[in-house]
Design a protein around this ligand. Structure first.
Ligand code: OOG
Ligand code: NI
Length: 464
């Protein structure tokens, strides 16, 4: 018998606390949340079939809770401890994203829940980037960055104790869990005071805005929180009426009947006053890091579907002949829409061609009409078996690079010769990252097995 609070509950509480803190810190985020909630309500009203599908998958209940955030850290130790902190909340590192090819000197993972029931309880995710200090060419500046990072402690002593307690005893009691949430939040708080002088900040910023953002501050402030919308184009169009200026281009696939993967857009990072600490005392300056973002999630793609997505996205970008920007936004969206005609846009074809993952369920319980064989197509056709798209829970590296870039300003274009280094990332993290495609495949297969069992199909081992 244990009196431990479930990690799902801690995660849900933490996600709520983080959202409340960020609303206080960045009021525009609160405005954006309201706009998203209004738009979601109208979309569900206008599309009863969508409401029904989201009810079957349980997404409707998590919709208002749903959000992701992002942070950036500077050292292996910081990343590894974050991994332990997130584990207390049932969040595991899923996926490896290398942003260096896009000129952003970080590599990343997403901490999130993995099991279906846990995702339903709280799908909170945190896109977590580790700065690649080895990409700072100026050796003096690199040494300064290393020293500065080594001198900071981004966790409260108490949260470290609570992490150890959770690890040692296998969980946290009600009181300890609530203290954990309060203490963990401190790591993600904004600090209007830098840890370096204005001149040092400018040197770091000169190497890359992101390097300054990580190195010059007390901790990895949450830099955005992203609610999930059911109609991103509508929210994008309505943002100006609420005083929010969105970036020009929605990242990801074009608008479709059947949304795939992830579409995202953000509003520009705010320029915020900062106190720097010089030899002569406080120096006033500013820094921009924090922004708002919205996302629309669609069906998760199989490796084949993902390969098709990557190739079509590449074609559209090649035809554009440059990065999507304000100047070519319209042409880019036309190109994208045109190129993506090659991607089937109905769920039946996506399923039959094994381009996307689905969750199966039995419509009728076992009984008189028990099937003799596990012919999935026949069962679907007869209506005894049904399926819904499995939502994509992860991120997209090209999109993430676009979100980073739009918030870093013009001095953020860099070229790095270094290649992707998943091993180094995992070594820093102290464990392997999970493969998101395997997670989707397992979820799909388990749902089919359960559905066939419920239908009384013998040897319910059909593979999809
Ligand atoms: C993370 C940017 C990536 C997303 O949703 O793809 C991201 C960052 O700016 O730290 O949040
Ligand atoms: Ni984001």
């Amino acid at each position: 018998m244990s009196n431990f609070v479930s990690p799902d509950r801690i995660r849900a509480d933490f996600s709520r606390a983080m959202s409340a803190m960020y609303q206080q810190e960045v009021p525009l985020y609160g405005d954006l949340m309201q706009l998203v909630a209004d738009t979601n309500a109208r979309t569900l009203q206008a599309q009863p079939s969508l409401a029904q599908a989201l009810t079957h998958t349980g997404e409707i209940e998590r919709l208002d809770l749903e959000r992701h955030g992002a942070i950036r850290v500077g050292t292996a130790e910081e990343l590894a401890t974050l991994g332990r902190l997130f584990a207390v909340m049932g969040m595991l590192p899923v996926g490896y994203y290398d942003l260096t090819p896009a000129g952003v000197p970080v590599h990343s993972t997403a901490f999130r829940a993995v099991e279906e029931a846990a995702l339903r309880a709280s799908p909170f995710r945190v896109f977590t980037s580790l700065l690649r200090l080895e990409l700072i060419e100026d050796t003096q500046l690199r040494a300064f960055a290393e020293r500065t990072l080594a001198a900071r402690q981004i966790f409260t002593p108490r949260v470290i104790e609570l992490i150890e307690q959770a690890e040692g005893e296998g969980g946290l009691s009600e009181a300890a869990a609530s203290e954990f949430v309060t203490q963990a939040l401190e790591t993600f708080r904004w600090h209007g005071q830098a840890t370096v002088s204005l001149a040092d900040y400018q040197r770091l910023d000169g190497a890359h805005r992101l390097i300054a953002d990580v190195v010059a501050f007390k901790g990895p402030h949450i830099n955005h929180l992203t609610p999930r919308t059911l109609d991103i184009d509508k929210v994008q169009a309505d943002m100006p009426s609420r005083g929010i200026t969105p970036k020009a281009v929605i990242e990801g696939p074009p608008r479709r009947q059947c949304p795939i993967l992830l579409r995202q857009t953000s509003f520009k990072a705010l320029n915020e006053a900062i106190d720097f600490v010089g030899a002569q005392g406080v120096e006033q300056g500013s820094h921009s890091a924090r922004f708002g973002e919205i996302e629309q999630r669609g069906v998760a793609l199989t490796p084949e579907g993902r390969a098709l997505y990557d190739s079509l996205l590449g074609q559209a970008r090649e035809a554009l002949g440059g990065f999507p920007s304000e100047a070519n936004a319209l042409r880019y969206s036309e190109l994208l829409a045109d190129v993506f005609k090659a991607f089937p846009d109905d769920y039946d074809t996506l399923r039959r061609e094994r381009l996307a993952f689905f969750r199966y369920r039995a419509v009728e319980p076992a009984g008189a009409g028990d099937e003799a064989s596990a012919d999935v197509e026949a069962l679907l056709a007869s209506g005894r078996l049904a399926c819904e798209p499995l939502v994509y829970e992860d991120f997209l590296p090209v999109s993430a690079a676009g979100i980073f870039q739009s918030n870093l300003g013009d001095n953020a274009q860099a070229q790095y010769a270094q290649v992707s280094n998943r091993d180094a990332f995992e070594q820093a993290l102290g464990r392997e990252t999970l493969d998101e495609l395997q997670i989707y495949a397992r979820t799909q297969q388990a749902s089919l097995d359960n559905a066939l069992k419920a239908l009384g199909v013998p040897g319910h081992a059909a593979a999809v």
